[in-house]
Design a protein around this ligand. Structure first.
Ligand SMILES: Nc1nc2c(ncn2[C@@H]2O[C@H](COP(=O)(O)OP(=O)(O)OP(=O)(O)O)[C@@H](O)[C@H]2O)c(=O)[nH]1
Ligand SMILES: [Mg+2]
Ligand SMILES: [Zn+2]
Length: 327
């Protein structure tokens, strides 16, 4: 790093321009150095939460030279991008998965989120939002806690401020959190409540099915008073598993532990002798429902990997057909 080169944090990504922050210069914009990124592809494109080395320019856009190594990286499956992956955020310490106490509440979806998030080494907490609108918030809490006993679940209301101190406690100075969840669950409302000011726009949801209106359109880092940071992201329909076998195994630890104990490493848990999974089903320590869900997610992870390979090879073929000048 020479004297004009500084380390900055990416606090938002807008098409080609990156909003950057460092303690000396505050907030400013930067663009990628094409020869490092587009041509030589030396570094991954920065995402919100990334640290970059840039040449600071007080008069205009700074030049981003390098993306520094990431501590963690959250991405989702995206059929439309060339790599089939869409980056969500980098260097996150705490992931909050938000679901509302209404139609949005869905245990299977929570399992998917958990599996994808546990792939990274970030800590996960589930927040059940809009507690003020639920007739029986304890029923939601009980459903989530009994289903996922190893995950912390907190019910909150950003509207009344109920239990927000519990969320704040988890957001430590210098650490980065991210709020994930469907559109309309109240991610931006929670950011505003925690920040104590209107940093992000919010919008109502549809009455009949509680669906949101995709209000937030980019990934934005917000600084809280205590020095903690939080990334607000656009709502997503699903956090499809990208390559989440590892995370899956952590979510369904009991099943993957059992699988290791089967006599045959490729055991299908049907009629094979010495099958630990069937034994567990028989003695009741594993339920058929748990096993079925594990299998479904496993299949999905495999399918995604396969689709991804097909898409990538198609894309490469297309690229070869396109004249160089038009790429
Ligand atoms: N009653 C109640 N309403 C809430 C609460 N939190 C959020 N809302 C409402 O839910 C709607 C959606 O909130 P947003 O914060 O825009 O949701 P979002 O998750 O950021 O949505 P996207 O940006 O589209 O992903 C708004 O009408 C909020 O006022 C809450 O704790 N209680
Ligand atoms: Mg929002
Ligand atoms: Zn088996």
């Amino acid at each position: 790093m020479n004297s004009t080169e500084i380390k900055a944090m990416v606090i938002a990504v807008h098409k080609e321009r990156y909003a950057l922050y460092d303690e000396t210069n505050g907030e400013y914009y930067g663009k990628l150095k094409s020869s490092n990124y587009h041509y030589a592809q030396l570094y991954p494109y920065p995402v919100t939460g990334d640290y970059v080395i840039c040449q600071h320019n007080p008069l205009g856009d700074s030049v981003i030279l390098e993306t520094l190594e990431r501590k963690s990286f959250i991405q989702r499956f995206d059929a439309w991008s060339a790599s089939n992956a869409q980056a969500i955020a980098a260097n996150v310490d705490e992931i909050f998965i938000l679901t509302s106490a209404n139609h949005d509440f869905n245990l299977k979806r929570l399992h998917r989120y958990l599996a994808a998030c546990r792939q990274e080494n970030a800590h996960c907490t589930i927040l059940i939002t809009k507690a003020d609108t639920a007739e029986d918030i304890d029923a939601y809490l009980l459903a989530a806690k009994s289903d996922m006993p190893d995950v912390e679940v907190i019910a909150i209301s950003a509207k009344t401020g109920w239990q927000l101190d519990k969320v704040k406690e988890k957001m430590k100075p210098g650490k980065v959190s991210v709020f994930l969840g469907s559109s309309g669950v109240g991610k931006s409302t929670l950011v505003n409540a925690l920040a104590g000011r209107e940093v992000m726009d919010v919008n109502g949801i549809r009455e009949d099915d509680s669906k949101g209106r995709h209000t937030t359109t980019h990934r934005q880092m917000i600084f809280l008073d205590n020095g903690a940071m939080v990334i607000d992201v656009p709502g997503m329909r699903e956090l499809a598993l990208l390559d989440a076998q590892e995370g899956l195994n952590r979510t369904f630890r009991s099943v993957s532990e059992l699988e290791k104990m089967c006599r045959f490493s490729d055991c299908k848990h049907q009629n094979e002798p010495g099958c630990a999974v069937r034994a567990a089903l028989e003695n009741g320590s594993l339920t058929q429902k748990e096993l079925d869900e594990f299998k479904t997610l496993q299949k999905e992870a495999k399918r995604i990997r396969r689709d991804r390979d097909i898409m990538v090879s198609k894309y490469r073929k297309e690229m070869r057909k396109t004249p160089k000048g038009r790429r």
